[in-house]
Every structure is written in structure tokens, then in C-alpha cells.
Design a protein around this ligand. Structure first.
Ligand SMILES: Cc1cc2nc3c(=O)[nH]c(=O)nc-3n(C[C@H](O)[C@H](O)[C@H](O)COP(=O)(O)OP(=O)(O)OC[C@H]3O[C@@H](n4cnc5c(N)ncnc54)[C@H](O)[C@@H]3O)c2cc1C
Length: 399
């Protein structure tokens, strides 16, 4: 039976990054990469709408971890070793120029995920790549792992699991007493009980969203869709609240603050004085599109047409309430097609983040989405795959 130095299970971003980094230091490694489907790097292919949002222009580890609802504490050390600046350097040194967009997302200059795929494949050329071959089981015997697939048996000194959000592998790991945090979806959009379809396409900058009765909030750009809402702020909130919303079956009250928490009574009174003779719908104290303002006034809050100077005290309260506390009942979620991930996976307490090795199984490593790590949208999920993959390769090389 052939003995490998390393068997990597899963031909996604994390698996190929481990392989490429191992081979960049030594071409003598005997590496087998097992991929259960017929093609590798399929998620990279479709990522970022086919452009692959490889990472994010955030170069301070303490700031970077704030984008990870799960894994933020554990990733701090790893980000000091491999962070977005290193990702940029890694790809650019391999002739894949990258560009930073206005919102700090980073893409290949080609605007084509194939550039990333070609690069990962080129720098992993010397591995044995077995497609349509799935890991079924593994056993640790005499410091070697016996690896059973649907086709064959192998032995390896190091076993690296990068199988993403695979239920079969999480079940296999559970059977080996490796703790798994229950997987639930993350990064989704919300469905309104009564959609604001006629406002679909309207976007508002810097909105703050909260979930009623929960201390979870997100601020950022908001988009009204045909069925509900989307945009970076919605996706971020879905990530931070992924688990609690799953258990609530995605039924909850969304609270929208259109003022980015910046409106106070003094400002509102000043605005009223300055717009005394204007109709309510012809002037809004915050910068939101007029169609949305009219809807909030007349449909949502049921105001009758009047001038700012005619408002009674209780009506002023109501205006303040609409602007800072619009309540929208939600009864479901939709998949965000550009990016979605799973919250849950291998329990981070069981992993040594200096090596990405399991604390009880030596020479068993994990990288990427198989771990209970996930981030908001914007390139952070790939960054976690690059960082954890890099550390796996470094640890194996050290040994
Ligand atoms: C549509 C979409 C768009 C996205 N866009 C972005 C983006 O632009 N930026 C970003 O940062 N993130 C993005 N993400 C998230 C990102 O793709 C993932 O975080 C990342 O791909 C995780 O990489 P991975 O290698 O850990 O897992 P995966 O990419 O899921 O790879 C795991 C591999 O393991 C294989 N496998 C599973 N079980 C077995 C088995 N038993 N034996 C052998 N092989 C097995 C699978 O077939 C798969 O090829 C997107 C996700 C989706 C779904």
C-alpha cells in the first residue's frame, strides 16, 4: 500500500491552498488530494458572481476578526501569521494581479474566478489528484492514518480535512468523538410578511438593523427587494443571528433605524422649525429616497397629508418612531446567490490554532469551512480558508 506524506480530503479553496503552500517549500512531498465530485474548486468558480471575492482590504487583525461571528477569538493569532496583505502578496507573486474595489472587496483584475483556479491548480501540479473519490473512514494506527475511500485504501503520515460543509464528514467525525457544532445556514436575505414590492430596488446607505428582543444589531447599506430586504447590512445581521434565527424558524420582527442612530430630538425639532410650511412628504430629516419616505408616512404610519408646522406632540413622536424604529414582520429567508456559508462545524475548542491540528488526534489537521468559522460577506470566508490552510501547511513543514 502506497504511503503518502499528506492526504488532503476536499478539493476546494482550503485543500488546494494547503497543497500549493506545501509544494512551494518542497516538491518532494508525496501528496494525495481526494475530491468526491468530478471537478475541483467549484465554489471558487461561482464565487463572487463568477469574479471570486478573494479577500478584503482590512489589514489590522484586531479589526479583521470583527467580521467573523464564529471564530473571531480563535482567528486573531492566525491572522497575525497570514492575513489579507499576505493573500494579496501570495497571488500577485504568482502572476494573479488583484484589485481593491470601493467597498474594500478584493477581486482578481481579470474579474474572472478562473484566474484563481488556474493559479491554485498550477502551483499544486505535483500532487496525485483523485476525482470522484470520497473519504469514507479513517483510523489512526502506529502513527499512520489508514484512509478508506469509496475506491481504495491508503496510508498517510498527515491527514488534512478540508471538506467544507459536508454532513457525511461531520457525522463521521462525531462517530470518532470529535465535537461538531450543529450546522445552520448563514448569509441570507429576509422575506417580509407584507413585501414592499413596489419599492423593490431602492437602496439606502447606512441603515441600522436590529432584531426585536435580541441584543444583535448591524449597520450598513440596505436594499429593498421584491420579497423583502437584502444588502450588506441584512447579510451581516443574518450571519450574526444565524443560529438564533434558525431556532425561531426565521420568524421575527426586524427593527429598522433609517437615521444610522444619528437623529435626536433636538435635531428633529430644529428640522421642524426650518420646514414649518412644507408638506411632510416634501422634506425628510434623513437622507432616504422620497418614494420610501412617502411610503413610510402614508402607508406604514397612516399619516394624513399635512405641513411640518401642523404636527401635534404625539405626531412628532410618531415621526421620530418611524425614522428610528420601523418594525417589519419577517417570515422566512431567501438564499443570497452571490455567497452563502454554513455556521457550525468542527468545534473550535478542540483545535490548536497554532497548528490547526486536533488536540486529541496528532497529525490530523483542519482548514476552511469544515470548522465552525464563518464571516459576513465581502471576501472574509475565503480569507479564513487561506489563513487556516496556510497554517496547516506550515505545521506539516515544521515537522
Ligand atoms: C455561491 C457562493 C459564492 C461564494 N462567494 C464567496 C466570495 O466571493 N468570497 C468569499 O470569501 N467566500 C465566498 N463564498 C464562501 C466560500 O466559497 C467558502 O467559504 C469556501 O469555498 C470554503 O472553502 P473550503 O475549501 O473550506 O470548502 P469547499 O469549497 O466547500 O470545498 C470542500 C470540497 O470538499 C469536497 N468533499 C466533501 N466531502 C468529501 C469527501 N467525503 N471526500 C472527498 N471530498 C469531499 C467537496 O466536494 C468540495 O469540493 C461563496 C460561497 C458560495 C456558495
Amino acid at each position: 500500500m502506497k504511503v503518502y506524506d499528506v492526504i488532503i480530503v476536499g478539493g476546494g479553496a482550503a485543500g488546494f491552498f494547503v497543497a500549493a503552500n506545501l509544494l512551494s517549500k518542497s516538491q518532494n512531498f508525496k501528496i494525495l488530494l481526494l475530491e468526491k465530485s468530478k471537478q475541483v474548486l467549484q465554489k471558487v468558480k461561482i464565487s463572487g458572481g463568477g469574479r471570486c471575492n478573494v479577500t478584503h482590504a482590512c489589514f489590522e487583525p484586531k479589526e479583521l476578526i470583527q467580521f467573523y461571528p464564529r471564530g473571531n477569538q480563535e482567528l486573531l493569532g492566525p491572522f497575525y501569521r497570514f492575513q489579507p496583505a499576505d493573500t494579496i502578496q501570495w497571488f500577485e507573486s504568482k502572476q494573479v494581479p488583484l484589485k481593491i474595489e470601493k467597498d474594500k472587496r478584493i477581486f482578481p483584475k481579470s474579474n474572472n474566478s478562473q484566474s484563481i483556479i488556474d493559479c491554485l491548480l498550477k502551483y499544486s501540479q505535483n500532487i496525485d489528484l483523485h476525482l470522484s473519490e470520497a473519504l469514507i473512514d479513517f483510523q489512526n494506527q502506529n502513527s499512520l492514518y489508514q484512509v478508506t475511500t469509496n475506491k481504495n485504501l491508503y496510508q498517510t503520515r498527515n491527514l488534512v480535512l478540508t471538506t467544507g460543509s459536508s454532513k457525511e464528514i461531520w457525522n463521521l467525525l462525531t462517530s470518532k468523538k470529535i465535537a461538531i457544532v450543529d450546522p445552520v445556514p448563514s448569509l441570507f436575505t429576509f422575506k417580509f410578511v407584507n413585501p414592499w414590492s413596489h419599492l423593490s430596488g431602492i437602496s439606502v446607505k447606512q441603515v441600522c438593523l436590529k432584531i426585536k428582543d435580541l441584543p444583535i444589531q448591524s449597520c450598513g447599506d440596505f436594499l429593498i427587494t421584491h420579497q423583502g430586504c437584502s444588502g450588506p447590512v441584512t447579510l451581516a445581521l443574518s450571519a450574526w443571528a444565524a443560529r438564533v434565527l434558525y431556532y425561531r424558524n426565521y420568524r421575527f420582527d426586524l427593527i429598522i433605524d433609517w437615521t444610522h442612530q444619528s437623529l435626536d430630538w433636538e435635531q428633529l425639532n430644529g428640522f421642524i422649525q426650518n420646514h414649518h410650511f412644507k408638506e411632510l412628504h416634501n422634506a425628510c430629516p434623513v437622507d432616504i429616497p422620497n418614494r420610501l419616505w412617502k411610503f413610510l408616512l402614508y402607508d406604514y404610519a397612516q399619516f394624513h397629508s399635512k405641513k411640518w408646522g401642523q404636527l401635534k406632540e404625539n405626531e412628532k413622536n410618531k415621526i421620530f418612531e418611524i425614522l428610528t424604529h420601523t418594525v417589519v414582520p419577517i417570515n422566512g429567508k431567501n438564499t443570497f446567490k452571490e455567497e452563502f456559508v454554513t455556521a457550525g462545524g468542527v468545534d473550535l475548542k478542540s483545535i490548536n490554532f497554532k497548528t490547526m491540528e486536533h488536540k486529541l488526534y496528532s497529525n490530523l489537521y483542519f482548514a476552511g469551512e469544515i470548522l465552525n468559522i464563518d464571516a459576513v460577506t465581502g471576501g472574509f470566508n475565503f480569507q479564513a480558508a487561506w489563513t487556516t490552510g496556510f497554517i496547516v501547511a506550515e505545521s506539516i513543514l515544521k515537522k
